[in-house]
Design a protein around this ligand. Sequence first.
Ligand code: C2E
Ligand code: CA
Ligand code: CA
Ligand code: CA
Length: 277
Amino acid sequence: VKERGKNNFQLFTSEMHQEFYRKMMIEKQLRTALDNEEFELYYQPIMDLKTNEIVGMESLIRWNNETLGQVTPDEFISIAEETGMIIPIGHWVLNTALEQNTRWKKEGYKSLKVNINVSVRQLLDPTFFEKVKNAIENTALDVTYIVLEITESIAMYGEAMIEKLDALKELGISLSMDDFGTGYSSLSYLNKYPLDSLKIDKSFVIGMNRDDGNKAIVKTIIAIAKELDLKVIAEGVEGQEEYHFLDGIGCDYAQGYYFSRPLPAIDFKEKWLTAGD
Ligand code: C2E
Ligand code: CA
Ligand code: CA
Ligand code: CA
């Protein structure tokens, strides 16, 4: 028993060491990743459940590093937030998503909404408003097609955050509350923030057809959203059952592997864009 205890301890420390080392490597490689053009934006369609047509896309970052290989955003975004690298990376995401959609518009494709993830660290950057304003001025897109996805963690920043969001709204863009239901904040902010929609987190949606508790949560979120005049997007729709259930309870939009995985721009264009406008 003693022997095993000792081995477990060694395993534990070596795992901790590995984790620390990987985090350090990610931090180091992140510093040069933008200059080396290691990031790519993928796009995942957002579907209107009433018409069964695509209405928009979410842009999702991908990182391919020579030393580390593919690093998932769940692994590196939090590190980028800690180090502040999220500021230039987020700026790149904003410009790349808008430039890509401007190109598609010029090529004659029908305009779609483009959802861009924004971390709270970016919102707190005093120059963020200016960056968004400039990006909008440089794009040929109708501003009403630009959607910023923010998270419940903004609730910690009180009145100052409301003012920032109000100013962004004045530019004409839309705001969506991401990962809804996973935060620990009170619901009262829903009224205070100038939101257009909320996204039900995929943790409630995946496998919901086999989980009455999650079904009840999703129904309740949709009811609250309707009361407050907000549109609802369900993410993580993987199967037909979830899709039908969501359609039946009045969910507006859906996103998930059932329709499509996130795709590189070139594949997204081929599979999802149609002539129009
Ligand atoms: P998120 O904003 O909640 O994005 C949805 C995540 O769910 C994406 O993971 C997407 O690929 C995944 N997903 C979509 N449909 C399904 C499905 O049917 N089943 C399952 N299991 N998953 C699905 P991804 O791309 O790995 O991104 C993870 C998180 O990283 C995002 O979660 C977001 O918080 C963050 N992130 C991604 N791109 C950016 C970015 O450009 N900026 C910032 N600040 N964060 C980003
Ligand atoms: Ca339908
Ligand atoms: Ca999102
Ligand atoms: Ca989510």
